[in-house]
Structures are given as C-alpha cells and as structure tokens.
Design a protein. Structure first.
Length: 190
C-alpha cells in the first residue's frame, strides 16, 4: 500500500525520501542505515558496510533516480562520507540560470571508501580503495586502484597486493590467513 501511495503522490514520496535520508544519517545501527538507504532507492549488493554520518544522495528529480546510486557486493563506506548524484553549484552561482546537474555513482565489488571522502558522478572499479578525504568528482577509475587527492586521481595500482592476498602472484601471501601484512615489502626494501 505504501509503495502505491509513493508512486501516485510525488509530495509524499519526497517527504518519505527526506525522512529516510535524515534517519539513515543518524541511525545508531548499521543494519538500520542499510535498510533506510535501500528504502530510499540506493541499490546495494550483498554484505554492505556503512559507517556513521554517511550521506547517500538520491535526488528526487534525477531523471534516472532508480539507477543513480549503485553499490556492488562487499562495499565498505567509512564514517562521514558524502556521495552525491546531483550538483547545484552552478545553479547557485549563476542565480538559477544553469540547471541542476545530475550524475550517476557506481561503486564496484570489494571497494573501500575511506572516511571523509566525497564522491559525485563517478565509477569506481572493483577492488579499489578511495583514500580518506579524497574528492572524487567525475570520471571512471579502473579496478585495483588507490584513489586519493583533491581532485582525486589514481595514485597506485593495488592489483599485486590483492593477488598476493589470494595466494596468487609471487607467493608471498600468508597461506594460513590469506592476508599479507606487507612485511615482505618492508624486508625487501631494507
């Protein structure tokens, strides 16, 4: 019944979306944050992790709101991250002469978005890391990327590290736990 009401009444839909956004921002449990963000239309894969004070924007007038914010499987979003699907920057400074810009944010599988990052209109490839405080505004970033800076850019390819942790590559991975603590890298450089 709620779904039909939301489809028929745009004003009620806007109100529910804003309420879900506000509650998701301050929800004390991760389960509640995930449920509320899915309720407002964020497409999330399996096993997401969303930290506190994370703002996931789906603008109600986005031409493709249902597909504007998509997460793959095993995505971790750190505390105080902001992800936007619209920008009104130029609308404000041009006194309304420029329209609101819309973008799509797609985050691949096994991606970590570190605390205080800002994302808008971008695609992050699988097995990538967005560094703390990165400002990722536009563009496509390939899989296995370390993305950092303002404006963000790929600063490192982490494919070998991921492959070592799986026991692939040069064989330096810890076979018992599958995790490389980086000790091999430090020993080789000293």
């Amino acid at each position: 019944m709620l779904t039909r009401l939301l489809q028929r009444n745009l004003l009620v839909r806007k109100l529910v979306l804003r309420l879900c956004s506000a509650l998701a921002l301050i929800a004390p449990s991760m389960g509640a944050r995930i449920w509320l963000n899915r309720a407002k239309g964020v497409q999330m894969g399996r096993h997401p992790w969303i930290g506190g004070m994370v703002y996931l924007d789906i603008h109600h007038s986005h031409p493709d709101a249902a597909n504007s914010l998509v997460f793959g499987d095993h995505v971790a979003i750190g505390n105080n991250v902001s992800i936007f699907t619209h920008s009104s920057l130029y609308t404000q400074v041009t006194e309304g002469r420029e329209p609101v810009e819309f973008g799509r944010v797609v985050i691949g599988d096994h991606v970590n978005v570190s605390p205080h990052a800002f994302l808008y209109a971008c695609t992050i490839g699988d097995h990538s890391i967005v560094a703390p405080g990165a400002v990722v505004a536009g563009g496509e970033y390939p899989p296995y990327s370390m993305i950092a800076g303002n404006p963000a850019k790929v600063v490192k390819d982490i494919r070998s590290r991921v492959e070592r942790s799986r026991g692939e590559g040069d064989g330096r991975a810890d076979r018992a736990g599958g995790v490389d603590d980086g000790a091999g890298d430090r020993a080789a450089s000293s």
